[in-house]
Design a protein around this ligand. Structure first.
Ligand code: ACO
Length: 432
């Protein structure tokens, strides 16, 4: 006997309404309420969208209870171990791993588009040297739309989207490195055609006109892992921002620029900077971990342990596991002893035993150990969120492209329950 299709029933004011069930390829279930308001005149209320699916997506699967993360079906552990960041970007954006020829073409296009327009270089000197590099990055990425007007068509061709994607993936490194140089009042180092994606970035960051930076394979490899682990994370705050901005047919540069701003916040991609600052503060304070744990548990909720907790992961963050090992390997390989790593490990150990954190299922997230790696490489703390943005670029592009290509996509426009004053009259100023 054919099985009845699953459905959900809503009993409301004596009436019954039926809603279809949508099932994903990993058996995730959703109640499709697209017709809820027209059928019932009610809406749903879900602050923070913890229970709301905004779209169907075939890019990234994650299961927060089991600590699973897969890009296009492939486990993150395999990708982090075996793939390059450029390959990962291709996989996320186009859905399949590239063959040799496709990869070569994709990589070469990064070399071709790494330079910024010469007029854009003037912008950097207009920023104060103290300006946060995320402010510079987001503005510069949006400014790209002024320099490539042929790529801002609201209904771009496939070729235009491909070219915009390459421009973004390649230029984000150049903008990031130039923002860093600006903050140090040092001359820009242009990209080199013979260097691959990450070595080229390191060269632009750390070489000077007089001396080339020595590119160490262990540094490239650690950075590669970090970028791959940050490359996508389905409908997080910044990616949802990119999708919602793009849903108004805003161009890819503008949509990604909005995503960078969303990522900047300390509860999202800004957390990696906050983690290291927190660890430094604990260190300066004599390493009193207990004091900070107690502070984070205080009922006034005015303090959080940065790098702990996640909206989706409630068991462990698979990325944090990989990064923790990477941090150990890199520091050992470079012969660095960073007391912050010791504090981080002790803090993690104490938190995992603490009932407050256990009850709330708060585990170290991707940002907890990443800052220690960036620090070992010599990247300053205010550049940490920028590193996250470089890593997340392929994810943002993949989601924007998917949204654009979906026949079901609509302009993002949530509703609200109004709780303000009811109708009243205007009072002229002399009568108030
Ligand atoms: N330290 C102390 N308490 C915390 C923490 C923390 N890091 N995170 C959550 N809590 C507590 C909350 O106070 C709340 O307690 P209550 O139930 O007694 O009110 C409970 O845990 C649930 O917290 P919410 O804020 O409701 O959880 P939510 O899913 O909305 O937030 C978030 C997730 C934003 C990541 C949160 O855990 C947090 O602020 N963590 C610190 C910042 C951070 O590391 N962000 C990076 C996240 S990873 C990423 O974006 C790449």
């Amino acid at each position: 006997m054919p099985q009845e299709p699953e459905k959900a029933e809503l009993h409301l004011n004596g009436k019954t309404f039926e809603f279809p069930i949508v099932t994903g390829t990993e058996n995730e279930k959703a109640i499709d309420i697209a017709k809820l308001r027209s059928a019932t005149s009610y809406i749903t209320l879900d602050p923070g969208f913890g229970n709301t699916g905004a779209c169907e997506s075939a890019i990234t699967f994650l299961d927060g209870e089991k600590g699973i993360l897969r890009y296009r079906g492939i486990p993150i552990e395999q990708i982090a171990e075996q793939a390059t960041f450029v390959e990962t970007s291709y996989l996320l954006i186009y859905g399949e791993l590239p063959n040799r020829l496709q990869l070569e073409k994709f990589s070469n296009s990064f070399t071709q588009h790494a330079n910024l327009h010469k007029d854009m270089l003037n912008f950097f000197s207009g920023y104060p040297a103290t300006g946060h590099p995320m402010a510079i990055l987001s503005s510069m990425v949006c400014s790209l739309s002024a320099y490539y007007p042929e790529l801002v068509n609201p209904e771009p061709s496939e070729e235009d989207v491909d070219l915009t994607a390459v421009q973004l993936l390649s230029k984000v490194r150049t903008i990031a490195a130039h923002a860093y140089k600006r903050s140090r009042n040092e001359p820009f180092i242009p990209p080199r055609a013979n260097l691959k994606y990450i070595p080229n970035f390191l060269h632009m960051m750390f070489s000077s006109p007089k001396k080339d930076y020595e590119i160490k394979p262990e540094v490239v490899s650690a950075l590669m892992t970090l970028l791959i682990l940050h490359a996508d994370h389905e409908q997080n705050c910044s990616t949802s921002t990119v999708r919602i901005v793009g849903s108004s047919w805003a161009n890819l540069f503008a949509s990604v620029s909005a995503g960078i701003c969303a990522l900047w916040g300390p509860l999202h991609g800004g957390a990696n900077q906050e983690v290291v600052e927190m660890l430094e503060e604990i260190e300066k304070d004599g390493g009193n971990i207990k004091k900070y744990i107690e502070k984070a548990k205080s009922p006034d909720k005015s303090y959080r342990l940065m790098g702990f907790g996640h909206r989706v992961y409630k068991n462990f963050d698979p990325r944090a596991k990989i990064i923790k090992k990477r941090a150990d390997d890199l520091l050992n390989g470079m012969g660095i002893h960073d007391p912050l790593l010791d504090i981080a490990k002790k803090l993690e150990e104490a938190v995992l035993k603490d009932d407050y954190f256990k009850e709330r299922k708060l585990y170290p997230n991707v940002d907890f150990y990443s800052g220690i790696i960036y620090k070992a490489i010599g990247i300053p703390t205010n550049m940490f969120p920028v590193m996250f943005a470089i890593g997340r670029m392929p994810g943002w592009i993949a989601h924007w492209k998917e949204m654009k290509e979906s026949p079901d996509s609509k302009i993002g426009r949530p509703r609200q329950i109004y709780t303000g004053r009811t109708l009243r009259d205007y009072i002229p100023i002399d009568q108030r």
